[in-house]
Design a protein around this ligand. Structure first.
Ligand code: NAD
Length: 510
């Protein structure tokens, strides 16, 4: 049964979508799909309110966000209920990753944006008669398009960064989790945000595509590589800057000197939290030969302890949709047919009504299998035996993706060296998945995993144009390079060239 399906509407009426809870398949509500003209109207509202919003001081913009933190703290249960209803995720995950991380993003940027985006003076090495200032100017209206896996946080976090940088926002959340998008709207409304500064449009890919074409000044997109490519193409055609936060196939490398107990716990958490539906999930593991069997034994035992369910205390929730579940089934079946051993799980959970796939551990996998090459985005942990760390690094880099990665070793220096040898946007030593959650850390993939970065100073500045303002300091009546061009000036230029780049003294200046 589809968790999102069209509702029959009279001819000429707006499209509507009906949503179900993926854990129970119960109906949870309907949304009206925003049309192209709704999207344009939202962008227009955002455009009108942008100059007023940008004219506020950082402290004033931050005050709204701090008020949002208070609302979120007071109403956390209500927000968690709504997120759990449309994703089925465990309450602990909703509270930690959606609410706590949202409070952190709100307070972090509210407090630090002023310092990060303050005008700066840069030293000028050559033209000492000029002063160089850098002003971080808002881009205007930011269009933000988000996925369903952390539907509240991934919608709120870029919104907060765009707002603190002085932009106004139009958000289009996933059609699978529109109610979390409405939570962002409600939160900012209750925090008293001025009219038109934040705007929500609902719908599927059609609405997202309309937003990309609606004349916004920046697109912040989080989602799959396939859609990201289309969004990037449209932004290229429209000459609109975009950041694309896309999928991954994150490798985990376990060295012979790793703390096996911690590594096994980390592998189980990294692979199965949010039912494996995390962009930085551990999607493939390379373990050096001498510890492979001991590691596998621990992982299989720990996986057996996980409780899957829809209510009460449980560890692993459902997949979000039939089509995601279908990908997981195809990857596991392909691996089994090519010789992998299923050490745990390997099938839909027959005890549950909803879209559950059992936490699954595979061994004997190879790079000929889809499970080691394509993003699975489900609760599957394939483990591959490798000769040594060099082979692990080579295989980890043998992927079109490069989002995140993790290395496990007691030698932290080696861990850092191996992290640098990994072709990934970020990496973690002796932990996993954390890089998105550490607010200071810029986040974004290399290779097909994305373009540009969110979060941290770099992410905040990506919602601005760094305008350089060059100011003449002394007001001379003319400059050396201005007219007239004479033989004397030519000679002067030649001597300057030789002095600056052909002598040791000149090299000091240049
Ligand atoms: P998706 O690409 O199917 O959809 C993402 C969003 O794009 C949705 O809101 C969707 O409605 C919209 N969309 C669809 N077609 C569009 C179009 N033509 N133009 C504009 N918008 C369009 O992705 P998904 O299934 O929602 O999310 C899962 C994917 O997101 C996974 O690949 C996962 O790895 C990735 N992801 C990446 C990050 C990251 O930070 N790198 C974070 C979370 C998820």
């Amino acid at each position: 049964m589809a968790v999102v399906e069209p509702v029959e509407t009279p001819a000429g009426a707006r499209r509507r979508l009906r949503l179900r809870n993926p854990a129970t398949l119960e109906e949870i509500g309907e949304i009206e799909v925003s049309t192209e003209s709704d999207v344009r109207a939202a962008v227009e509202r955002a455009r009108k309110s942008q100059p007023g919003w940008a004219s506020l001081r950082f402290e004033e913009r931050g005050r709204y966000l701090r008020r949002a933190v208070r609302v979120l703290l007071e109403r956390q249960d209500e927000f968690v209920d709504a997120i759990v209803r449309e994703t089925g995720k465990p309450r602990a995950e909703a509270l930690a990753v959606e609410i706590l991380a949202a409070c952190d993003a709100l307070s972090f940027y509210a407090r630090r944006a002023k310092r990060i985006l303050a005008d700066r003076t840069l030293p000028v090495h050559l033209m000492k008669t000029k002063k160089l200032r850098i002003a971080y100017r808002p881009l205007g209206v930011a269009g933000i398009i988000t996925p369903w896996n952390f539907p509240f946080l991934l919608s709120l976090n870029p919104t907060v960064q765009a707002l603190m940088a002085g932009n106004t926002v139009v958000l289009k959340p996933s059609e699978l989790t529109p109610f979390s998008g409405q939570l962002v709207e409600k939160l900012l409304e209750e925090a008293g945000l001025p009219e038109g500064v934040f705007n929500l449009v609902l719908g599927d890919g059609e609405t997202g595509a309309a937003l990309v074409e609606a004349g916004v000044d920046k697109i912040s997109f989080t989602g799959s590589v396939r859609t990201g490519r289309r969004v990037g193409e449209a932004c290229g055609r429209n000459l609109v800057p975009c950041t694309l936060e896309l999928g991954g196939k994150d490798p985990m490398i376990v060295c012979a000197d790793a703390d096996l107990e911690r590594a096994a716990n980390g592998a189980v958490y990294g692979a199965f939290s949010n039912a494996g539906q995390v962009c930085v999930s551990t999607e493939r593991v390379y373990v050096v030969d001498e510890i492979h069997d001991a590691f596998v034994e621990k992982v299989v035992a720990k996986t057996a302890q996980l409780r899957q369910g829809a209510e009460g205390e449980f560890d692993v929730g459902p997949m979000i949709s039939e089509s995601q579940l279908g990908i997981v089934e195809r990857h596991v079946e392909d691996a089994r047919a090519k010789g992998a051993q299923i050490r745990s799980g390997g099938r839909r959970n027959p005890a549950q009504a909803g879209l559950f796939f059992e936490p699954t551990v595979l061994t004997g996998v190879t790079h000929e299998m889809a499970i080691m090459r394509d993003e699975t985005f489900g609760p599957v942990l394939p483990i591959m035996r490798v000769r040594d760390e060099d082979e692990a690094l080579r295989l980890a880099n043998d992927s079109p993706y490069g989002l995140n990665a993790n290395v496990w070793t007691r030698d932290k220096g080696k861990g850092e060296r191996m992290a640098k040898a990994l072709q990934s946007g970020s990496a973690v030593v002796n932990d996993c998945m954390l890089t998105y959650g550490v607010t200071e850390s810029p986040f974004g993939g290399v290779k097909e995993s994305g373009v540009g970065q969110v979060n941290g100073e770099i992410g905040l500045r990506s919602f601005c144009h760094a305008q350089s303002i060059l100011i003449d300091r002394f007001g001379a009546k003319s400059e050396v390079l201005w007219y007239p061009y004479t033989a004397k000036k030519l000679g002067l230029l030649r001597r300057a060239l030789r002095l600056l780049y052909g002598t040791p003294l000149g090299r000091l200046f240049s």
